[in-house]
Design a binder for this molecule. Structure first.
Ligand SMILES: Cc1cc2nc3c(=O)[nH]c(=O)nc-3n(C[C@H](O)[C@H](O)[C@H](O)COP(=O)(O)OP(=O)(O)OC[C@H]3O[C@@H](n4cnc5c(N)ncnc54)[C@H](O)[C@@H]3O)c2cc1C
Length: 181
């Protein structure tokens, strides 16, 4: 598993039920910063799981299928290790290419909403008198909720909560639009 975050930690614990050995390859010097402590405790207690800190995967080898990886450590030493499978859990990117040019996004593709819009260059193109509502995009009446929104907490409960808030904001938008007529 490449990665030191919660996704890599969960995956390592899952695969440790089936694999002879699972190795977490982590660029950083510890798991403390990016990973929840309950996962760190489980990983440390699991004899199937090794963690290699300050290490990167720099090459994959095999004919037809993976059989070895080259790892490079913090001192630029490389080592070739056997591997049957490789999973990269190194973050996610939003699939918002189709919104570009219409809905304002940051340079990673996360959709700008509410006060994040006001803090960006998009303020200039905001077409109406009031400011954007909490989850409102640069298009009045169009809202964004969940992982694709810039600054959102990447959790199921947050995404569901933002969805519920967005519905409330739609009602507020319709009320405001009605009173403007
Ligand atoms: C490996 C992993 C482990 C995680 N573990 C946890 C955890 O333990 N606890 C936790 O709270 N959170 C966890 N998360 C985060 C959680 O999954 C997300 O925060 C949550 O799913 C976000 O919900 P969402 O609706 O914003 O996005 P998503 O769940 O990603 O849903 C977006 C949906 O939109 C669809 N879609 C995309 N583009 C289009 C399009 N153009 N047209 C129509 N549909 C489209 C996608 O197919 C998808 O179904 C984990 C995430 C990962 C990747």
């Amino acid at each position: 598993m490449i990665g030191g975050g919660n996704s890599a930690g969960q995956a390592a614990i899952h695969f440790a039920r089936y694999a002879a050995r699972v190795t977490l390859v982590v660029r950083g010097t510890s798991l403390k910063e990016p990973m929840s402590s309950y996962l760190i405790t489980e990983i440390n207690a699991n004899e199937i799981i090794d963690v290699r800190f300050e290490t990167r995967v720099v090459a994959a080898h095999g004919t037809g299928q993976l059989d070895q990886l080259t790892l490079r450590d913090g001192q630029s030493r490389t080592v070739q290790v056997p591997a049957d499978a490789l999973f990269a859990l190194i973050g996610a990117q939003p699939h918002t290419e189709w919104l570009r040019g219409t809905v304002a996004c940051d340079h990673h593709g996360f959709v700008l909403t509410g006060s994040d819009l006001s803090a960006s260059d998009e303020t200039a193109s905001w077409p109406i008198n009031r400011g954007p509502l909490l989850l409102e995009t640069n298009i009045p009446g169009a809202f964004a909720a969940g992982d694709l929104r810039q600054g959102s907490i990447k959790r199921v409960a947050s995404a569901v909560g933002e969805g519920a808030i967005a519905i409330h904001l739609v009602h507020q938008y319709l009320r405001l639009a009605g009173s403007a007529d």
